[in-house]
Design a protein around this ligand. Structure first.
Ligand code: ATP
Ligand code: MG
Length: 562
């Protein structure tokens, strides 16, 4: 893994679009541009997948082309319809509309026929070696491969055996079909790769009609070719598969021009893992409540957390597409989230760790409401009336009996401004037997209703509040980094070792201004002075902190410039 990337310069045009431009100029695909997004339905999508989605669907949009969603459903053991449904939902949420939804399993007949055609031409053979032996005999970078004793079978014998594999004559794992390429090829992928294996596993689409399944290498490029994909974009790990991708296609009669594979750098983010396998482990181990836990870097997770899809798209377009792997700071992604929410989120008041304030000179039973601005970034969002009364909740942190130096908030004798309300002065703190402050008695100045004192006197801080008589109760989850290490597992250690045990802090006594009972599921609002918070998708009395207010990315950049 390379260094954390420090540059924020947006790329105007990436190397993949440059290549497409060149192909269009040379007429290679007749000016046609078709991509695909090919997830395996063995888990839900994560933030890394969003990069591939933005790239593939984005290119189709830019070039007036086509981008289909294709499920690479060739491994029935781990796949499930619920993942298929979830992936479709997540892509729609991210803001993309596939031109079609297709499945590699739709092509099982064609893939099978193509395999027979390889066999007939002496380009594939049935091997009786087990998986372990095949792997051993593949050799290494410095050692040549060892030919299988079955490599010399005649096309007739291979055809009979392959049909037997299909028809159930052999046990799982007893035989495989391999391409006959070169056991001494410098690229290990080309040393007679396996094309078909026997698996008696129910497939979510083809049921029990197939017991042999094509491997990735036999299914992927051919699926591209069947669909008339022009540019097959995948992550760098598939670089070494490209010669095999081309070999397979070059040996078949294709219905369209041969697609070309291009690799780009996967998205890595600090303090996060983007691997379905590792994310699945978090779910299976019960560390997360599910794939849609607001702490998960899955698309379902970040949706619950309140990340706007538009901000994710803007981030992906900003970081561009590179040819070498790198890791982006999660703070950069968060700054995109914050920028978007600053523009769109309504401002509201909420107290997370409440401390009771009694305004002793406020007449008992007097009702009042203060006008507050809904979004200073968007005048059209207007204002709202926030009920005010004799008893208020403020944050415990906003009052100190013994203030440290430079503490400008409430302390006995000190006057502060209540946001959209009056100036109040702390007169007396009521403590319990242990000396904890349980209530603060204050007085207010009725002349300061507009947030200014007529005599021009100043206060050094403004704090938020909620009327105790009108407050609604809520549970609020605060989140920290999922992993304490910036590059979990990068040094070869178990990434789970740096899982942050304090990544979630749950506050169950939060008090919200009453208008917050009207939020819609998933709506993100700014709790003034605290951050952006998303109303839970299922439970409206639960909020998730999306991001804090401080732009940590700006600080990181300043530090790097020094
Ligand atoms: P994982 O390793 O998390 O299981 P995968 O590559 O096996 O991911 P697929 O379902 O096969 O998952 O991925 C679908 C597409 O998304 C592939 O084209 C893959 O290259 C791409 N993709 C997966 N992870 C990332 C990532 N971190 N950044 C960019 N693209 C990714
Ligand atoms: Mg994969």
């Amino acid at each position: 893994m390379s260094e954390t990337e420090g540059t924020t310069e947006p790329q105007s045009i990436d190397f993949i679009r440059e290549k497409i431009n060149a192909d269009n100029a040379s007429g290679k695909f007749g000016q046609r541009v078709q991509t695909r997004f090919p997830p395996e339905p063995n888990g839900y999508l994560h933030i890394g997948h969003a990069k591939s989605i933005c790239l593939n669907f984005g290119i189709a949009e830019d070039y007036d082309g086509v981008c289909k969603l294709r499920f690479d459903d060739t491994n029935p053991e781990a796949e499930d319809q619920s993942f298929v449904d979830g992936i479709i939902e997540d892509i729609a949420w991210l803001g993309f509309d596939p031109d079609d939804i297709v499945y590699a399993s739709d092509y099982f007949d064609q893939l099978y026929d193509w395999a027979e055609s390889l066999i007939e031409r002496g380009l594939a053979y049935v091997d009786d070696q087990d998986a372990e032996t095949i792997s051993e005999n593949r050799g290494g970078f410095t050692t040549p491969g060892v030919d299988s004793p079955w490599r010399g079978r005649s096309p007739e014998e291979n055809l009979t055996l392959f049909r037997g594999m299909r028809d159930g004559a052999f046990a799982d794992g007893e035989k495989v079909l391999r391409a006959k390429i070169d056991m001494n090829h410098e690229n290990m992928q080309m040393r007679d790769p396996v094309l078909y294996r026997i698996r008696r596993v129910h497939h979510q689409r083809t049921g029990d009609s197939w017991i042999i399944f094509p491997t990735y290498d036999w299914a992927h490029g051919q699926s591209d070719a069947i669909e008339a994909v022009t540019h097959s974009i995948c992550t760098l790990e598939f670089d070494s598969h490209r010669p095999l991708y081309d070999w397979c296609l070059e040996h078949l009669e294709l219905p369209h021009e041969q697609p070309e594979q291009t690799e780009f750098a996967r998205l890595n983010l600090t303090h996060t893992v983007t691997s379905k396998r590792k994310l699945r482990q978090l779910v299976d181990d019960g560390v997360m409540s599910g794939w849609d836990d607001a702490l998960m870097p899955t698309l379902r997770g970040v949706r619950r957390r309140g990340y706007p899809a538009a901000a994710i798209r803007a981030f992906m377009s900003h970081i561009g597409v590179a040819k070498t792997n790198s890791t982006h700071d999660i703070e950069l992604l968060e700054s995109f989230i914050r920028t978007e929410l600053n523009r769109t989120a309504l401002r509201r008041m909420a107290v997370l760790r409440p401390l009771k304030v009694v305004i002793t000179n406020w007449p008992e039973g007097q009702e009042d409401a203060r006008e507050a601005i809904n979004n200073p970034e968007d005048e059209s969002a207007g204002t709202r009336m926030v009920p005010f009364g004799r008893e208020l909740w403020i944050e415990q942190d906003d009052f100190k009996l013994d203030p440290p130096p430079k503490y400008f908030r409430l302390t006995p004798g000190r006057e502060v401004r209540l946001r959209a309300g009056y100036f109040i002065t702390a007169q007396e703190a009521i403590t319990d037997d242990d000396g904890n402050v349980v209530e603060v008695h204050c007085t207010y100045d009725p002349e300061t209703a507009g947030g200014q004192a007529p005599d021009g006197r100043k206060v050094k801080s403004t704090i938020h509040w909620v009327s105790a008589a009108h407050a609604i109760d809520a549970t609020v989850h605060l989140y920290d980094r999922l992993f304490t290490e910036p590059h979990p597992g990068a040094d070869g250690s178990d990434p789970m070792a740096s899982l942050n045990p304090d990544a979630r802090e749950t506050l169950t006594a939060a008090k919200l201004e009453p208008i917050l009972s009207e939020v819609t599921p998933g709506q993100v609002v700014q709790f003034e002075r605290l951050g952006y918070f998303a109303a839970d998708l299922d439970d409206p009395a639960v909020f998730h902190r999306t991001v804090g207010l401080r732009d940590e990315w700006a600080n990181i950049q300043k530090r790097r410039q020094k």
